[in-house]
Design a protein around this ligand. Sequence first.
Ligand SMILES: NC(=O)c1ccc[n+]([C@@H]2O[C@H](COP(=O)([O-])OP(=O)(O)OC[C@H]3O[C@@H](n4cnc5c(N)ncnc54)[C@H](OP(=O)(O)O)[C@@H]3O)[C@@H](O)[C@H]2O)c1
Length: 326
Amino acid sequence: MKAVVVTRSGGPEVLEVRDMPDPQPKAGEVIVRVEAVGINFADTLSTRGTYSGTPPPPFISGREFAGVVESTGDRVMGYTQYGAAAEKIAMKPKFLWPQPKGWSSEQSAAFPVNFLTAYLAYWKAGLTPDAFEPVLRHDLQRRRVLIHAAAGGVGTAAVQIGQLLSIETYGTSSSQEKLDRVKKLGLDHGINYRETDYEQRVQELTNGEGVDAVFEMLGGEHTAKSLRCCRPFGRVIIYGTATGQRHQFDTGAMMAKSLSAHGLWLSILAKDHDLIGRSLQAMQPWIEQGKLHPEIGHILPMEQAGEAHRLMLQRANYGKIVLKIG
Ligand SMILES: NC(=O)c1ccc[n+]([C@@H]2O[C@H](COP(=O)([O-])OP(=O)(O)OC[C@H]3O[C@@H](n4cnc5c(N)ncnc54)[C@H](OP(=O)(O)O)[C@@H]3O)[C@@H](O)[C@H]2O)c1
C-alpha cells in the first residue's frame, strides 16, 4: 500500500510517499480503507520527533482519518497517534465513529481532533451544559472566550461551537484576510496580533473587564498574557505550545482575580470513551441540523503531505488541511 512516511526526524522535507506492507490486524481490529486524512499541528511535531509517544522513524504519519471498514462497508472516521496517512490502517473499533450522514470522507477526516478539542475546551472552561465544573456566577452577562489561532483547525471549530453556545468570541490571527474569513463563520471580534497587542485589545473591547476563558495553544509569555486577559474567576485552557516555549504563568494575576489554568490533551482523553462519546453526542444535534461543519481550507493529494505541513508551520493555512489518500 502507499503511505506517507516520516523517513527521519525533521521538517516537512522528510515526508515521502513510499510502498509499505499492508497492516496485519491483531485480534479485535478491523482494516479501514483510508480515503482522507486530517492534518494537525501535532503531526508536524511528530515529524520533528518532539511529540511525546512518537516512535523512532521511519513510521507512517497521520492521526485522524476517514474511510470505509473493509469487512462491513461502514463509513467511519477515526483517531490514532500515527499510521493514518496510508491506504489502509488496522484499528480497534472503539477508536472509530460513524461518519456524519451526508458528509464526505474529506469532511469527516477534518472533524474528530478539532471539534473534540474545541468542545472539551468549552467543557473544561465550565461553559457547556454538561460541564462538571460549571461556571458558578449567575449574572446574566454573555460569556466571553478568547480563542488563539481562531482561523486554524481547532480555532474555526471553537468559533462555531462558541456561537452555538451563545458565547461572545474573540479571536487572534496573524492575518487580516484569515480574520475576515473566520468572521464570516461567526467570530465576533478579530484581533490581528501582528498589528496590535491582543492583551490590550481585549481590555479595550471588554471595557477593561476581560473574558471568561482563553483557549491557549501558544506557550511562552502567551500563557501569562492570556491569564491577564481574563476577568475574575476566568479560566485559561492550555492545550498547546505552538511557539515551542514553556508556559509562563502570572501568579499575581491568578491570585488577584481568582483565575485558574487547566490542561487539556486529547491524546490522553481519547482513551476515556465515556467522555468522548458524550462529547460527540452533545455535538450530534448541531451536526444533524447543519450548524456545525469542518471549515476546510485546503485539500491536497497525499504526495503533497510536505506542502501541507509547510502551510501549517508558515501560518499560511486557513481552517483545516486535508490529504486525499490513494
Ligand atoms: N491538546 C490537544 O489535545 C490538542 C489538540 C489539537 C490541537 N492542539 C494544539 O492546538 C494548536 C492548533 O492546532 P491545529 O492543528 O488546529 O493547527 P492550526 O491552528 O490549524 O494551525 C496552526 C496555527 O497556529 C497559529 N500560530 C501561532 N503561532 C504559531 C507558531 N509559532 N508557529 C506556527 N503556527 C502558529 C497560526 O495561525 P495564525 O497565523 O492565525 O496565528 C497557524 O496557522 C496547536 O498548538 C496544537 O498543538 C492541541
